[in-house]
Design a protein around this ligand. Structure first.
Ligand SMILES: C[S@@+](CC[C@H](N)C(=O)[O-])C[C@H]1O[C@@H](n2cnc3c(N)ncnc32)[C@H](O)[C@@H]1O
Length: 297
């Protein structure tokens, strides 16, 4: 089961009032959303967005006892303004983005997000996958070596990106890389031996990078931030939890630019990070960073 990261910090930071319209753009199992919803009265409104229908089902269950009006939408938060317009909303008070995938998706989707399982190399949650769909399988078998290297370095900050990209291209000349296990073996065989004894598995960064590329997560974040910000009422707040430095840099820059452009307050001069205790209970939290911005009044 997915454990929500920086839960209390998000609740404190967003400071939801009873009549607020709150958007969770990455609903997942609604761990954050259900806590935020506790602050809402029956005059409040909680809107949950997720691209994954199974996540929405889990989220719905968790929101059953909620007093406020709830609306759940399947879609990408990069289109948040259009999605909300369709339900007649053009202004909101609070927005949360808790980026990436949930533990449920990584462990149970059967789509190749986990290097610990033997699964096809999809790494997309789309339900209409065909030959044209971008998948991790297509990246590792069709993209040029330098393109693969750029993905691994840029989105995974993988120190051994060059070695791994080279090994992938050599291996696919023998036969296509079809499964997670095949890709893990290529990675393990290409990195220095000591890398295997590090705290994280040697395939962690490559898998993260491929997932980000397949789902166009960086552009989705940049677009989603701008559109979400525009939806905020004066004094509205947006909170973003990111899990790697490329995402965090985008959020940090965005808040700084908006402050210069329109005013507003960066409520987190430094990002809020999980306590040692949280990381011990939930190792997935180790790289989390929370930043919060309040729109000008
Ligand atoms: C880390 S989980 C959220 C967990 C949630 N905060 C909780 O506490 O249960 C991220 C969720 O966001 C969804 N997601 C990621 N990128 C998305 C996007 N661009 N648009 C919509 N949903 C997205 C994923 O499908 C996943 O369910």
């Amino acid at each position: 089961m997915h454990q929500s990261v920086l839960l209390q910090e998000v609740v404190d930071g967003l400071d939801v009032k009873s009549h607020d319209v709150v958007v969770d753009g990455t609903l997942g199992s609604a761990g954050h959303a259900s806590e935020l919803a506790k602050k809402l009265s029956n005059e409040g409104f909680l809107i949950g967005i997720d691209q994954d229908i199974d996540a929405l089902k889990r989220g719905k269950e968790n929101l059953e006892s909620c007093e406020a009006k709830v609306e759940l939408i399947k879609g990408n938060f990069r289109d948040v303004d259009t999605l909300l317009k369709e339900i007649g909303i053009d202004e909101v008070n609070k927005i949360l983005l808790d980026l990436g995938m949930s533990s449920n998706q990584i462990e149970e989707s059967g789509r190749g997000f986990s290097f610990k399982k033997e699964e096809p190399l999809l790494m997309t949650l789309r339900d209409d996958v065909d030959e044209e769909t971008l998948t991790a399988r297509r990246i590792v078998n069709e993209w040029r070596e330098d393109q693969i290297e750029t993905v691994l370095r840029g989105y995974g900050e993988e120190k051994h990106s060059r070695k791994i990209a080279k090994a992938i291209v050599e291996r696919r000349e023998v036969s296509p890389i079809e499964t997670t296990t095949e890709l893990v073996k290529v990675i393990e065989d290409s990195v220095p031996k000591f890398y295997k004894w590090k705290r994280i598995h040697p395939a962690t960064k490559t898998f993260q990078a491929l997932r980000i590329a397949v789902n166009d997560e960086i552009d989705a974040l940049s677009e989603g931030l701008e559109r979400a910000y525009r939806l905020l009422k004066p004094n509205g707040r947006i909170a973003v939890i990111s899990f790697h430095s490329t995402e965090d840099r985008i959020v940090k820059r965005f808040f700084r630019e908006v402050k210069e452009r329109d005013g507003g307050v960066i409520l987190t001069k430094k990002p809020i990070v999980p306590s040692e205790d949280e990381i011990e209970k939930n190792p997935r939290a180790r790289s989390a960073k929370l930043r919060i911005f309040e729109k000008h009044d």
